[in-house]
Design a protein around this ligand. Structure first.
Ligand code: MV4
Length: 503
């Protein structure tokens, strides 16, 4: 196993990786931008290096600097987290070329899945169902029309280099197609530097269900069941859960096998996710593969009892998967809510500012993954996620009730949050009944008075007293280095209560 790894990320996912490393006795190297000098991931790591300015482009995306920092700190591997460089094939290759281990798939596997038309073809030859549509990228509006007429309108025009819904266009009727084809293609060219687009039949009112897979370097591939991710807003997931109320054991086994085949077909290694859409007749289709650990991975951890980061590290170090498919058990139900510093009553406008007061939920069956605490700034530079709250229950009903209870325990002051919105979903009869599709939020959430329906999380007298107490004591200035920091080298090590293995 590795002695030391570098985490090329920030926030809750960096903290998440550090926690598993500490349990495994692996030393951790954090990197941070100027905006993150006092961030939790920096304080939790064994060592931390400043790698640049405020924006991601000047810091967390600096490939050469990250690799040089890993070398200099004698880290043996780099964990990319999610976002930033996690799905960048060139970075994965550069890490390997530098003699380090990239904790994730090979650059080659990433490239195969990153090209969405190539991935579709790969799935077709592997016998994994894909949505009816074009075999390859479509060159002109005439060819697009021929395919659209074959599969029938409405159709979606998608960017070959896209993903996650970026640059998608819905053509409802034939007369709309030529114009939409052109805009989709030129948008793809400017967004991805690649104007290729392809056509798929539009699946109406689908569910979004994804499968977690794990693959080692010895040919073993397993799936850890599904995550139901249909509760999303503008392609941003809001609530995820496992298992999905839509699947029975037979369908779960079929989709799981398809997910394993999908991973095998591209020579995948490490943790990955196969995204499917499921139509009204319960037909499932491969959409795309996410070649990283995902934000919502904790729901899978809670129902399987498996630490996905630990498994990523073991796989990356050359270990064999410690179980076969038949040995994986799932127990109970887990739900994750993403708590964002956004104002759900103002079109989810990011609500930047300092978290002046934080009281977190806890108790039986509750897990909170967060990268910020009291006194921290929610800045414009990064995703405004405050925390992921995960509730486990013996069944879905218990998990929902526990999640409602825990969300209501939060005391967060200084920014607006999406907690009232999450509670609105958890109280919606259709959600409770398990009857929803990917359009749930769009169809149901308009002009909802969250304050009236949920009793907005207003501060209790006790919480208010705590806030006032906090504000009467000078907070640490946002941009001063801790006493044990060495600003001349950009390197600082924690002393005393944490392990401090110099060099
Ligand atoms: C689709 C679709 C319907 N039909 N493809 C959006 C994200 C990207 N991964 C693909 N997406 C979709 N592809 C066909 N042929 C509907 C969506 C879609 C969606 C998928 C998953 C979760 C949320 C979604 C919201 C809107 C549209």
């Amino acid at each position: 196993m590795f002695r030391k790894i570098l985490i090329a990320n920030r926030g809750e996912i960096a903290v998440r990786v550090i926690r598993t490393c500490r349990e495994m006795g692996i030393d951790t190297v954090a990197v941070y931008s100027q905006a993150d000098r006092l961030a939790l991931h920096v304080r939790m790591a064994d060592e931390a290096y400043e790698i640049g300015g405020y924006s991601p482009r000047e810091s967390y995306l600096m490939q050469e600097r990250l690799i040089a920092t890993a070398k200099r700190s004698s880290a043996e591997a780099i964990h990319p987290g999610y976002g930033f460089l996690s799905e960048n094939a060139e970075f994965a290759d550069a890490v390997a070329a530098a003699g380090l281990v990239f904790i994730g798939p090979s650059g080659e596997a990433m490239r195969k899945m990153g090209d969405k038309t190539a991935a579709r073809q790969l799935m077709q030859s592997a016998g994994v169902p894909t949505v009816p549509g074009s075999k390859d990228a479509v060159d002109d509006p005439e060819e697009a029309m021929a395919i659209a007429e074959q599969v029938g309108f409405p159709v979606l025009i998608k960017a070959s280099a896209g993903g996650g819904g970026k640059g998608m266009r819905l053509a409802a009727r034939a007369e709309d197609l030529p114009e939409l084809f052109k805009t989709a293609s030129s948008e793809a060219r400017s967004a991805f530097g690649d104007g290729r687009v392809y056509i798929e039949k539009y699946v109406e009112n689908p569910r979004h269900i994804e499968f977690q897979i794990l693959a080692d370097h010895h040919g073993n591939v397993v799936h850890l069941g599904e995550r139901e991710c249909s509760i999303q807003r503008r392609h941003q997931k809001v609530i995820e859960e496992s298992p999905s109320s839509l699947l029975d054991e037979k369908m779960r086994a079929q989709m799981g096998e398809a997910a394993v085949e999908a991973a095998r077909s591209c020579g995948y290694t490490n943790a990955g996710t196969i995204e499917f859409i499921v139509d009204k007749n319960r037909n499932f289709y491969f959409l795309e593969m996410n070649t990283r650990l995902q934000v919502e991975h904790p729901v899978t951890e809670m129902v399987t009892g498996l630490d996905l980061v630990r498994l990523q590290l073991e796989i990356a170090a050359g270990g064999k998967l410690p179980f076969r498919q038949g040995q994986i058990e799932r127990r109970g139900h887990a739900i994750e809510c993403r708590v964002y510093a956004e104002d759900p009553e103002n079109n989810f406008l990011p609500s930047i500012g300092r978290l002046t007061h934080v009281q977190r939920p806890g108790g039986f069956g509750i897990r909170e993954d967060s990268g910020v605490g009291e006194g921290d700034e929610i800045s414009i530079y990064y995703d405004p996620m405050i925390a992921k709250l995960i509730a486990w229950g013996a069944d879905r009903d218990e998990a929902i009730r526990r999640m409602r209870r825990a969300l209501a325990e939060y005391e967060l002051a200084g920014v607006r949050t999406t907690i009232p919105f999450c509670l609105w979903v958890l109280n919606h009869p259709n959600f409770v009944a398990g009857e929803f599709d990917t359009h749930f939020v769009q169809n149901e959430f308009h002009d909802v008075q969250l304050s009236a329906t949920n009793g907005r999380i207003d501060l209790t007298a006790a919480a208010l007293a705590a806030v006032l107490h906090q504000e009467s004591h000078a907070l640490e200035p946002a941009h001063s280095l801790p006493a044990h920091a060495d600003s001349s080298t950009g390197l600082w090590k924690l002393r005393g209560w944490k392990k401090n293995r110099q060099n």
